[in-house]
Write a protein that binds this ligand. Structure first.
Ligand SMILES: Cc1ncc(COP(=O)(O)O)c(C=O)c1O
Length: 436
């Protein structure tokens, strides 16, 4: 597709230093496999699967064809009091991947919508069982749960909150799980299980019958890959069970093979009640998010409504859009046919070894990782995030795309990557990070 773009002026770019970008643009114009090409024709290896979406690699014709065929067959169908086959089929395919019993799937258009939907499901569930007093939520410092008002309120990143008022009332934050004594730990750290007890402290401060749900990312992704300490998720689960609190995993990054299993729930063998997902659900080829809930939550909300009545007054014009569902089905077909989750598990030890070999670079102050996802921190300079932004620009100029959050980088290549791609990513990282 050719566009006669000769101005960058009109588009307000999200989470972007607009003025700096427009003075020195970095445009992605083509993608294939694990590579992008920029507007100068330079090849850029994709070290972050776009934004952790493109797990099956770029330019997957099977997905493009499925979307095209779906749009020709049925372009749009009203999702309220109406349905179409791809919605039901994608929900079935997702339910096959989620842990047993977490089988009911609600669709939206993004991870942010999935999170806000999960908040509403939790509130509706408690109300349906006669515990409408449960309106509080618990999340964590350094959490990222998208940018809608619910997700912003759950967020634990100051820059994502400070300009936006007080948000949703009644959210308390546990401490994050980054500890200095865990620096340079591959896999789950030894220290920090006791941080899970923050949940119990919060419950005791506000009253057990006021807390609806606890949200955690199995691995806090956007904030730089904070792998849960050993025993941490188990303890969170125990506390939730003890006080009747729903456990919600935000699997928007961890889902669909990133950790070598379908979801983080299986990687850490601790089951939530509700899971949010997006991104790699459609290989990033169509906007889509989803919430999967266990049968008990679903049945409770269904059974509380009168016969023939709408049970849950929530949904989006584009919930389960036919094109997004077609993309999701074609994506899961690829994951299964190419056994990409197993492939990620096989490549993970090599990937982590190569990433951790950067530990000797003086500017690198920590590396963390699990599966095909690793985070690194660089020594800040000139204020939080300044050096990180410079790193991102320098990496891009050297032919590598990596998502930076503040002074942390998140490396998560497509699951189709070969060892040679891992080498290429780590070579560029070493070359660029050694300059600081
Ligand atoms: C854990 C988590 N939740 C929610 C979101 C929000 O997803 P989206 O940007 O699709 O709204 C993200 C995005 O990175 C995420 O990492």
């Amino acid at each position: 597709m050719k566009y006669a773009t000769n101005t960058l002026e009109y588009y307000w770019m999200p989470f972007t230093a607009n003025r700096d970008f427009k003075a020195h643009p970095r445009l992605f114009v083509r993608g294939e496999g694990v590579f992008y090409w920029d507007h100068h024709g330079n090849q850029v290896i994709d070290g972050s699967s776009g934004l952790f979406c493109v797990a099956a690699g770029h330019g997957r014709k099977e997905i493009a064809e499925a979307v095209y065929n779906q749009l020709i067959e049925l372009d749009y169908g009203p999702p309220f009091q109406g349905g179409h086959p791809p919605q039901f089929e994608l929900a079935r395919r997702v339910a096959q991947l989620t842990p047993e019993g977490i089988d009911r799937v609600f669709f939206g258009n993004s991870g942010s919508e999935a999170v806000d939907t999960a908040i509403k499901i939790a509130l509706a569930y408690h109300r349906a069982r006669g515990e409408g007093t449960r309106m509080r939520f618990v999340s964590r410092e350094r959490a990222y749960h998208g940018v809608n008002i619910g997700g912003t309120s759950l967020a634990g990143l100051v820059k994502n909150r400070e300009a936006f008022g007080v948000g949703m009332a009644g959210v308390a934050h546990m401490r994050h799980t980054w500890l200095p004594q865990n620096r340079f730990t591959k896999g789950q750290p030894e220290h920090g299980v006791e941080l899970a007890d923050d949940l119990e402290r919060i419950v005791m401060t506000y009253g057990p019958d006021t807390v609806a749900a606890c949200f955690v990312e199995p691995i806090a992704g956007s904030t730089g890959v904070l792998v849960p300490p050993k025993g941490y998720l188990e303890r969170i689960r125990e506390i939730c069970d003890a006080y009747g609190i729903l456990l919600v995993y935000d699997e928007v990054i961890c889902g669909f093979g990133r950790l070598g299993t379908p979801f983080g729930a299986q990687a850490f063998n601790v089951k939530p009640d509700i899971m949010t997902m997006a991104k790699a659900l459609t290989n990033g080829n169509q906007p889509m998010g989803a919430v999967a809930v266990n049968d008990h939550v679903y049945d409770t909300i269904m059974d509380a409504a009168p016969d023939g009545a709408i049970e849950f007054f929530h949904g989006y014009t584009y919930s389960g859009h036919p094109a997004a569902c077609a993309a999701g089905i074609a994506t899961i077909d690829i994951y299964e046919k190419e056994q990409l989750f197993d492939r990620a598990a096989e490549l993970a030890p090599y990937f982590l070894e190569q990433m951790f070999s950067l530990s000797d670079v003086p500017a690198v102050t920590d590396i963390r990782g699990y599966g095909l996802m690793a985070g690194f921190d660089v020594v800040p300079e000139g204020g939080p995030g300044k050096r990180g932004y410079q790193v991102q620009k320098d990496l891009f100029a050297a032919g590598l795309h990596v998502k930076m959050t503040g002074d942390s980088g998140i490396v998560a290549p497509p699951l189709i990557a070969e060892k040679s791609h891992v080498d290429q990513i780590c070579d560029i990282l070493r070359k660029v990070l050694s300059k600081y």
